[in-house]
Design a protein around this ligand. Structure first.
Ligand SMILES: *[C@@H]1O[C@H](CO)[C@@H](O)[C@H](O)[C@H]1NC(C)=O
Ligand SMILES: *[C@@H]1O[C@H](CO)[C@@H](O)[C@H](O)[C@H]1NC(C)=O
Ligand SMILES: *[C@@H]1O[C@H](CO)[C@@H](O)[C@H](O)[C@H]1NC(C)=O
Ligand SMILES: *[C@@H]1O[C@H](CO)[C@@H](O)[C@H](O)[C@H]1NC(C)=O
Length: 364
């Protein structure tokens, strides 16, 4: 009960409005890779004298050794080279007019001396449609940081100080463990950190803030906390209670969830079930029961992934030309789990569609 009080106190403080985060937590890849690519791309932009800057589109390959061999795709932005902006600050050009390119780079980072040695080759190609991909590092996604990250400790120092100042506890609390730290590129960076604090032997009466003397006590209570922070482009922590929404174009190829009850989804589900009914050798029609998940990825068109369940109906294919409203699901039918991939190219009115269903083992 005592533990719960601390959790509520701590967490209600950091997320007073309890709104869910507006992004998806995709653990795309290593932040070191992103840093190496960032360094290489800044060099590429810095070396060119004309045209527009390029921004990272996605990382497609990372070599086996840690002194990075990377391949990444870039895309033209609206920032002119002479503006000397950081690419993260620039917007992608509309895809119909944007040049794209692929770079192969060897990046040697010397973190101690803050130097890097980069050799790379970039091939710029004129405008062409992108191929849908679920791989690659997603720029707008959250990337896990090592728990000894300097900025993370800075944020936690501030967050715990704020907690100690405002809490109704009689003693000061101290950081014991960072459970998870993640960062996302926006115009700047968003941080989300999960950590634990523990009671110390310093009372608030005697101490304004934590000092070396304050030690956690063995029977002290533990609080589980979340901190969110936003760091601007000048590397200043602007806010430690909330994060900013990423501009949508930062992560063009991140799959996004579609609401289960949307009209868009109903239509897609209908054509998927129709296709399955057409392809299956079964002599009755199947009908969809539940949707497990549905995502869409915007590429040169829309790439949908649906996972749903179907069950047999009492309509036989012999009797009916199509699944219709009078067909009811039979109670003894085993559900099949289906995965559909639908790729819609609006301009060409082309739909590439694949659906597979298989026996579904219900876990008990
Ligand atoms: C940079 O890397 C290349 C290739 O690995 C190497 O030949 C060169 O000596 C390096 N330069 C510096 C300054 O470290
Ligand atoms: C807290 O405990 C540590 C070690 O047990 C001790 O050195 C320190 O003086 C104590 N601090 C206070 C304020 O009692
Ligand atoms: C399927 O079952 C429903 C409900 O029992 C019934 O109303 C409907 O007529 C049946 N359809 C067929 C084709 O047998
Ligand atoms: C359907 O199955 C085929 C063959 O097993 C596979 O190549 C394809 O990727 C599957 N499609 C989906 C959408 O799961």
């Amino acid at each position: 009960m005592k533990l719960f009080a601390v959790i509520a106190l701590c967490c209600s403080f950091f997320s007073a409005r309890a709104t869910p985060l507006p992004f998806e937590f995709l653990d795309c890849d290593d932040p070191d890779v992103l840093e190496a690519v960032d360094t290489a791309l800044q060099k590429y932009n810095g070396d060119s004298t004309t045209g527009n800057q390029f921004a990272l589109y996605m990382v497609t390959e990372v070599g086996p050794d840690k002194q990075f061999h990377v391949k990444y795709q870039i895309r033209e932005t609206t920032c002119a080279t002479e503006e000397n902006k950081l690419w993260k600050d620039c917007d992608y050009k509309a895809s119909a007019e944007a040049k794209t390119g692929e770079c192969t780079a060897q990046v040697h980072m010397n973190n101690a001396e803050k130097t890097s040695n980069i050799s790379q080759d970039c091939k710029i190609v004129p405008v062409q449609p992108m191929i849908p991909s679920t791989q690659g590092i997603c720029l707008g996604c959250f990337h896990t940081l090592p728990s000894d990250d300097l900025q993370v400790s800075e944020i936690l120092k501030k967050a715990i100080k704020k907690f100690n100042k405002h809490s109704e506890e009689t003693v000061l609390f101290k950081l014991v463990e960072i459970k998870k730290a993640q960062r996302q590129v926006v115009a700047g960076w968003n941080y989300i950190i999960k950590y634990e604090i523990k009671e110390t032997n310093c009372s608030k009466d005697q101490f304004q803030d934590l000092t070396h003397e304050c030690k956690t006590t063995s029977e002290g209570r533990i609080g589980k906390c979340d901190a969110k922070a936003y760091e601007n482009l000048r590397a200043e922590i602007v806010d430690i209670a909330k994060v900013v929404n990423p501009p949508t174009q930062v992560c063009p190829d991140c799959p996004r969830t579609i609401p289960i009850d949307s009209a868009e989804l109903k239509e897609l589900l209908k054509i998927s079930v129709e296709k399955f009914n057409l392809e299956t050798n079964d002599d009755v029609y199947y009908q969809a029961t539940d949707i497990e998940s549905a995502t869409v990825q915007v590429v040169a068109g829309q790439n949908y992934n649906l996972v749903f369940f179907v069950k047999k109906t009492n309509c036989s294919k012999k009797e009916f030309e199509k699944l219709n409203e009078d067909c009811e699901i039979t109670t003894d039918s085993q559900p099949l789990r289906c995965e559909a991939q639908i790729y819609v190219v609006p301009l060409e009115k082309k739909i590439i569609h694949e659906v597979n269903c298989s026996q579904y083992q219900i876990m008990v």
